[in-house]
Ligand binder design. Structure first.
Ligand code: IMP
Ligand code: MG
Length: 186
């Protein structure tokens, strides 16, 4: 099994590059059909969703525009602080069909806040595309219209996801192997 190390933490591969590609193609095809004549605006949530967004938008291949915003809820910790601050809000969404692109929905707090802010700008429609979702961790009910993978509560890195800014460059997705990491520490 492929593993990756960040300091004393050991991560094991759970989704390889081809599996990720296939799931993105599937969701992109749905978007391409449903937004063919809508010229949607994709709102990319920095930094984690950058990699997913680029692949998803190119794969959908329809006329569209793109904005970015950033949200921070983790700092360097592995658990969401529950507090979200949006450093930048896209205001070019009035009367547009908006698709927010997220890397992962954990508690859902980040996304809920982003959706509330965007809704104030009165988009014509508002949907979410996420690479990953952890249903067992959700604290708010959100409609994740395009979702590539539902996964367990494990902490993940790779394909844009980081632990303390490390691991974003990995082509696969890796989960923290708690047992192995504990052994390494001891
Ligand atoms: P939420 O507000 O709890 O849903 O947290 C969402 C944000 O936390 C995501 O946009 C990610 O940036 C980050 N996050 C949540 N789970 C993970 C993970 O397993 N690995 C890396 N980052 C994560
Ligand atoms: Mg994020």
């Amino acid at each position: 099994m492929k593993t990756y190390r960040i300091e004393d933490k050991v991560f094991s591969e759970v989704l390889d590059a081809e599996t990720i590609r296939e799931a993105i193609r599937r969701e992109a095809a749905r978007i391409a059909v449903e937004y063919a004549d809508r010229n949607p605006v994709f709102i990319v949530v920095l930094k984690g969703a950058m990699f997913f967004a680029i692949d998803l938008i190119r794969e959908a291949g329809i006329p569209c525009s793109m904005e970015v915003l950033s949200a921070k809820s983790y700092g360097n910790a592995m658990q969401s602080s529950g507090e979200v601050s949006l450093s930048q809000v896209a205001t070019h969404v009035g009367d547009r069909h908006v698709i927010v692109i997220e890397d992962i929905v954990d508690t859902g707090n980040t996304l809920q806040k982003i959706l509330a802010v965007l809704a104030e700008h009165k988009p014509a429609s508002l949907r979410v595309a996420t690479l990953l979702s952890k249903p067992s961790m959700h604290k708010v009910k959100l409609d994740l219209h395009y979702c590539c993978f539902e996964i367990g509560p494990e902490f993940l890195i790779g394909y844009g996801l980081d632990f303390a800014e490390q691991g974003r460059e990995l082509q696969s997705i890796y989960a923290l192997n708690a047992a192995l990491s504990a052994e390494q520490v001891g």
